[in-house]
Design a protein around this ligand. Sequence first.
Ligand SMILES: Nc1nc2c(ncn2[C@@H]2O[C@H](COP(=O)(O)OP(=O)(O)OP(=O)(O)O)[C@@H](O)[C@H]2O)c(=O)[nH]1
Length: 572
Amino acid sequence: MRLTRLFTIASAVLALLVCGMLGRLLWGEWEHYRAAGTGHHTLQLMQRAMVAAEKLSYERGPVNAVLGDRMPADPARRARLLRARADTDLALDQLRQDLSQASGQPSTALAPLYDALGAARLTVDQLAALPPAERTPERLDAAIERMFQLVPLALNTVTSYTRASEQVYPRIARILMKARLTVELREFAGRLGSALTVPLAAPRPLTEADHQRLQFLRGRIEQLRQLIKIPSSDIDSEPRVLAAVARMDEVYFAAGQRLVAEVEQASRAGRAYGMDTGQFAQRYVPCMAPILALRDVLLQEAQTQALQDYEAARRELVLALLVGAAILLALTLLLAIVRRRVVVPLLRATRAVVRLGNGDFSMPPSGARRDDEIGDMLRALATLRANSMDRQRLEQERVRLIEELKLRADTDYLTGILNRRAFTAAGNLRLRGAREQDESLAVILFDVDHFKSVNDSYGHDAGDQVLIRIAEVVRDSLRDGEIVARYGGEEFVVMPTYCGLEAARALAERLRAAISHEPLTLADGHILRVTASFGVAVAHGPHAALDDLFHAADLALYRAKRNGRNRVESQV
Ligand SMILES: Nc1nc2c(ncn2[C@@H]2O[C@H](COP(=O)(O)OP(=O)(O)OP(=O)(O)O)[C@@H](O)[C@H]2O)c(=O)[nH]1
């Protein structure tokens, strides 16, 4: 797998793993934050439901007062009942609104309670409209029982929300439990007061059943009191909570219970009660207020803790977001650095090595100044490149020298045209071609006339200049395929392309004329004119040999010399 691909896949896998991990972490924190928000809201709902239950309990006091009223009815008692009902309705409406808001649609959770409340109020109103004599104990019991049934309906709502809050806030579950117990305590305290409604309204002495009922309710109330007092969390030792509990003991369990005991004692002694239902309620109901005050203190503590949890969850979510963003940023930076500092230089180095292997030095390795392992590698690569370039240069020099040597082996050192060895080789090749193609091959041998006198008169260097110039003149006069060589001393040989004797003679004549007409200017300014004598020979047929051809040309040249020089002779 290519390194870039491997790096891309590794980066993607790493990024996925980190994102997954961060996603899981953030999701957990988000859930915690959302649950804390929902739980906080639920706690508020629970508080509302408790208030509604309390108002329903409270409404029974004015109901008892109205039911125990004589004729004509006391307008103050009526007005208090209407106020109590309005308070209950307001509390229920607020609870209904909050429930609707929480579920996002109109809530029907309180429908059974509303129905029962409407029916109970109707029963109370119908009974209150009757003359006191017709308000029989059975009718009064039935009306009060209907009112009793309302509180459990409201408390069901309280109970379900208490559980919901406890799930989100296990830490404050014990506080909520105690708040719930105070609501129950208030309810049973209310029932204790209501148990005296009928005897006070009649008025009549308490029956044995009344006593038993009072005994049962007192037992339940004492049980709830003990449960509330059991230390279960740090909150129990909070000064505010301790003060609220002491106030409840002092007001309800001392003054409130004493009032109930007074009625009981009066009944046992056969004395008049000295108060009717309304007067009793007026004294008894305020005694229950500290129970609700304790509930409110506990709920406030629960709210405070829930708010702290909500804030803590929010802080943790923000912190997790920041940490997540920092991790992603660090990972991105790390991958970018690894890519820039390791992967890219490695790829460039690889490309440079591959090019070096192919003899291409056009890509110098960059970053060799780096002070790390990659820098070491790039420096080694630069050294390798320099060495390879040196080696290539040496190799080219060697090839050039070999070619030069080869050229020198084939070239005459003075004139630069072919030497005798190279001409013999070329001549033999061409002779073989002539034999194969059944062609004629000619040789023109010529020799500078009286050359010794040139040397003698102007010096050996001047003689050399003459030889160089004659070679130039002849070379310039030849066409492609016609070869000229220095055969030795002042003797030259020309081999035309395949041709017969006449064509060779014509060429020899042209060369002779070119040499004789060319004025030769020496280095010292002297102008010379030299001539040359030419011998031409032609070979043909399967048995033609180069030596024979030269020999024949040499004989013709000899004849040209003998016949006066500066002329062309051919074999006979
Ligand atoms: N400067 C110079 N002279 C050379 C070279 N090779 C041969 N010679 C001279 O060429 C002369 C040839 O002289 P000869 O063989 O007597 O012939 P010639 O004087 O040309 O007279 P003919 O050939 O009969 O016309 C000699 O003096 C050689 O020394 C050379 O490379 N350079």
